[in-house]
Write a protein that binds this ligand. Structure first.
Ligand SMILES: *Cc1c(COP(=O)(O)O)cnc(C)c1O
Length: 432
């Protein structure tokens, strides 16, 4: 570092810790949290990403909020169900339902009789109402828990779970569904090959030892070319119960996502159970859905593991509200009108500078790999990425070929003004 390197002037840790502005903002916070906020701000200055004069202000901003350390983020990536950004944003009605459920409630209490009542009965009714008649529903902690419970219950006693080699998928962060299924103690009987599995492959593997046939939707990749699988209708003719893990949580078919499986179609085709997530295309809270044959759903509900995997009252409240809302953010964002997105991008570019260009959004980890959602973005200098991410509000865009793209698809229009202000603030930081 040369003599006049501004990094020499980064305020020292003890100086920052005793600053009255910081101590006031940090009242009541554990010292370790304050220290890590200070270190994070110093590190940004050391990397030249903020000005030395702004270290104190940045340290205050890095302090965990009293409302928790999760920071709201403006999702300007164009990825609708972004797992790293908390998946589905909840609708206003779901948020209100969670707040309402946050105190004492009649979760498992019948006010009329003063006795114990069924937990989450209304959400199960709301789910059943969206399915072909004669099916039952159960809500657990997440999609993985739904599959775990189904495989545990149907594979109990060393029974075999038959699954195609083409469906042994990793769902992210190193978690693999075959490992999850094997962890239950059930015997996995893999059939077919990576690209092709025939009805005969399944039929050859099935016998008195079979507990279930599991069909998993490869929701985050596509195999193209010489491929072949067996549909749910074909599998359900084989005898053992067919569990279909659709992943995304679409309850009925959607013409805009023709390759995305849905619960209604799978049940009509003879699936005994369907498992899915609550916070992907369904647009609700983290939850896992088990839908299907009433006797099997009952068996799963009474399994000891069900108690360990059950959904909490806040998730049940939010899920119920989501099911009654036909305009949840995930649906609004994935079907956003390209012409409107273009006008908003032009408005933003006019306010902050930058070039408007075409940019396709995607559904994301939630499903529909390969489906492009046509739209627009504002291209800005890549140097703005860090100040935008660390600003308030944090704005996360996409870095692509040396540019920062801001796509307003998943930004509520009421936040456009805040995004423009954040970009202008980031420009000032970058100009340092
Ligand atoms: C996402 C997904 C899961 C896991 O669901 P979580 O709700 O994330 O636990 C399981 N199977 C498939 C096919 C998925 O797409």
């Amino acid at each position: 570092m040369s003599e006049d390197d501004p990094r020499r002037r980064i305020p020292r840790t003890d100086q920052l810790l005793s600053d009255p502005d910081l101590t006031a903002a940090a009242t009541g916070l554990p010292r370790a949290h304050v220290l890590s906020a200070v270190r994070a701000a110093q590190e940004l200055a050391r990397r030249g990403e903020i000005a030395v004069e702004d270290v104190l202000e940045q340290a205050v901003r890095e302090l965990p909020s009293r409302e928790g350390s999760q920071r709201p983020v403006v999702n300007a990536t164009g990825v609708v169900v972004h797992t790293n950004l908390g998946r589905a944003p909840l609708s206003d009605s779901a948020v209100r339902a969670m707040v309402r459920a946050s105190g004492y409630t009649d979760l498992e209490y019948a006010v009329a009789t003063g006795r114990r009542g069924p937990r989450g009965a209304a959400v199960l009714t709301a789910l059943r109402d969206r399915l072909p008649s004669g099916h039952a529903a159960l809500v657990v902690n997440n999609g993985a828990a739904a599959l775990l419970l189904a495989v545990t219950a149907l594979g109990a006693g060393g029974r075999e779970i038959v699954v195609s080699r083409g469906e042994l998928v990793e769902i992210g962060d190193g978690f693999r569904l075959p490992d999850l299924m094997a962890s239950t103690g059930a015997v996995l009987r893999e059939v077919g090959t990576t690209n092709r599995t025939s009805l005969a492959d399944y039929a050859d593997a099935i016998g008195p030892q079979t507990g279930a046939v599991v069909k998993i939707h490869p929701s985050n990749f596509r195999v193209e070319g010489f491929t072949g699988g067996v549909d749910t209708a074909g599998l359900s003719g084989l005898g053992p119960p067919v569990v279909v893990d659709i992943g995304s949580g679409l309850l009925t078919a959607d013409a805009a996502l023709p390759d995305e499986p849905d619960a209604t179609t799978a049940l009509r085709a003879g699936a005994a159970l369907v498992t899915a997530s609550g916070d992907k295309l369904l647009g609700g809270p983290q939850a896992g859905l088990v839908l299907g044959r009433p006797d099997l759903v009952h068996q799963l509900r009474r399994h000891p593991l069900a108690r360990a995997l059950r959904a909490d009252k806040l998730a049940l409240a939010a899920l119920e509200a989501t099911l009654h809302d036909d305009d949840v953010p995930v649906t609004t964002y994935r079907s956003a009108d390209p012409a409107t997105l273009r006008l908003r991008a032009e408005w933003l570019a006019e306010r902050v500078g930058g070039r408007v260009r075409q940019h396709d959004g995607v559904i994301g980890g939630g499903g529909a790999p390969g489906v492009l959602l046509p739209g627009w973005a504002v291209a800005l200098p890549a140097e703005l990425a860090v100040p935008l991410r660390t600003g308030d509000p944090a704005v996360v865009g996409r870095l692509e070929s040396g540019e920062l793209l801001l796509d307003l698809r998943c930004v509520p229009p009421s936040s456009d003004e805040a995004v423009a202000a954040a970009v202008l603030a980031a420009v000032r930081v970058a100009e340092g």
